[in-house]
Structures are given as structure tokens and as C-alpha cells.
Design a protein around this ligand. Sequence first.
Ligand SMILES: Nc1ncnc2c1ncn2[C@@H]1O[C@H](COP(=O)(O)OP(=O)(O)OP(=O)(O)O)[C@@H](O)[C@H]1O
Ligand SMILES: [Mg+2]
Length: 342
Amino acid sequence: MDSRRDPDLCLALAARFHTEHPDTVVLLITDQPEALGLRAMRAGVTDLLAPGADLQEVNRALAEAKQQAEALAARHASTESQGPTGRVITVVASKGGVGKTTVMTNLAVALAQAVPNSTVIVDLDLQFGDVATALNLSPEHFLPDALQSVASGDTIALKTRLTLHESGLYVLPAPADPAAADGITSAQISQLLQVLTQEFPFVVVDTSPGLADHTLGALDHTTDPLLLTTLSVPALSGLRKIVDTLSVLQMFTERYHVVVNHADAADGVTLSDVEQTLGVLVGTAIPRSKGAPASINVGVPLMQSQTRDPLVRALASLANRLLPAGVQLDRRGRLRTKGKKS
Ligand SMILES: Nc1ncnc2c1ncn2[C@@H]1O[C@H](COP(=O)(O)OP(=O)(O)OP(=O)(O)O)[C@@H](O)[C@H]1O
Ligand SMILES: [Mg+2]
């Protein structure tokens, strides 16, 4: 950049390049190197050139700039490859009580049991979240504590603020006080998930009914959105509205995984009605499970007990779609050993 006419503007621009396009190298042409030197350095300018510099000087400056650009690009590539890799699986449902917490806690336990230290569940039902109860935990730390660590950039502290479940699942419970939900922004949630994906291959997110702001913040980072419904007209038509809203926001047109809970209920709505209404094939159908209500009451997910149960079977198969090909679960949620069929 030739800064002779407006050095302030050029330095401001250089500073923006430095933060927003860190791979860019800026050479500044100036006739007042002493006056601008320190400010130029602070703005991330690589080198100063005199307007009358000869070809040799220009070549030298360009060669150094090229070297620096390559080093920056290499550093950038290596931090990107360590960057977000985890899958974020978020449930979306229009109504309460359709089985979000049941599905997400069982799915999270399945993933955690399949791959040690792989999974964290985040309870984004900020007011009435009951993930901790469903897992029979009495946590010491809650979502607001974790948000504090994220804000201060302290990833180690963040990990110590997760509660470990005996299945190996890490848990981030909803705030203990429902009023605390008001102080949490969707940007904070978004940032939290971004950090968690760098630490965990699977981030499982339970939500409140509908499209709360916090859920939208989570959907921003979601790789695997689960649309959950029962075979009821209100739940299904509500979900259709959610899908419409998300398509207006240009979020996920092709990545939905539709899960139907209580899928064996013969109440007049069929699986093909679900597919027609949502325009997506049903990926997982969970029949009614006799053990599910008791399991949530005692706080031991069926997946943890590895019992023979239709819910366990359906969710083990959903977990298998997320797990690597070499690590698969059998129909009771146990790790499948090579060559042995369940
Ligand atoms: N497939 C199933 N078979 C039998 N009972 C089920 C099944 N799925 C969920 N339930 C039961 O339905 C009730 C509601 O489930 P859950 O709490 O998971 O719903 P939710 O969508 O998280 O509700 P909320 O919106 O209140 O958070 C629980 O008692 C649970 O045990
Ligand atoms: Mg719930």
C-alpha cells in the first residue's frame, strides 16, 4: 500500500487485514519511516519501502514478504487442522414431552460407551432441563460456570466444570436456577459449542420445545440436526413450521435426520404422513418402550443397563450412523466385537 496520501487510513486497513485476513502480508510505501515505524509494526505491517526504492530493494522486500506469507499460511493450516472436528447433534422438536431428553441422554450414553472420553451432553433446556436428573447426577457445576470459563478462554477450567457420568459421558447441566436462563445469550451458547467441538468428537445437545434463541445459537454449529416428533398432528405440524423457519434462515436443507418417537402408536398419523409433511425420510423410528418412563425416574438410561429394549435397539442403530465404521454397537448397545453378530 502506498501510504503517502493517507497514512492513517492505510494503517487502519493494514490492522484490519492483520486481524481479519491473517495470511495477508502488507508492505507499506512511506516517505516517513521514522514517524510511522512503530505504528506500522503494531498494525502488523511486514516491511516499509521508500518510494524511491530500487529494484533490488523491492525484490528483497517481496522475497521476504513471500516467505512470511508462506509461514503464515502453514501456521494457519496447522491450527485449522486441529480446529473444530467434533460433530454436534442437536434435537429439535415442536412440543414438550415428545421424548427429547430420553432420546438425547440415551444416544449420548451410547456414544460415550462406544468411545471413551468422546462425548459431552449439553442441557439447553435452560429453565426446566432435566438431563442431570435423567442421569441421576447431583452436579456441582452448571452451564453458567462453563460459560464463564469459555469467556475467559480457559479450556482446562471448562473441562473441570463438566460432571462425569459413570458411563464416561461428560455432562453440562442446565442452570440450577431457572431465572439464570435470562442472562444467557445465544452468542455465548454458540461460543461454548465451538470450544466443546475442539475437545469432544461428539457434542450432544438437548433443547427446550420450539426454536428458542439458544437453540438457534446451537443450530449454528450443529452438524447433525435431529428432528423429533411423535405421530401426533400438533407435534408434526409444529415441526413442519420449524423446518420452514429454518429453511428461510437457509439452515440445513439436506442434513436432517428425522426421529419418530412412539412410532408404533396407531393414532391415525403414519410414518409416511411424517415423511410427506416434512419432506424428509424417517431415519429412526422408536417404538414405545415399557422401561423408558421408569428409567428416567430412577435416572438410569436404558442404554446404560444395556437391556433388550426397542428404544435401546433404535438408538444403538442411530449411534452406529454417527460412530466410525470400526466401532459399532449391537442391538443392546454393547460394543460389537469383530466377527460376532449380535
Ligand atoms: N419411546 C418411549 N416409550 C415410552 N416412554 C417414553 C418414550 N420416549 C419417552 N418416553 C417417556 O415420555 C416422557 C417424556 O419424555 P422426555 O422427558 O424425554 O420428553 P422431553 O421431550 O424431553 O420433554 P420436555 O419437553 O418436558 O423436556 C418420559 O416419562 C419418558 O420416559
Ligand atoms: Mg426434556
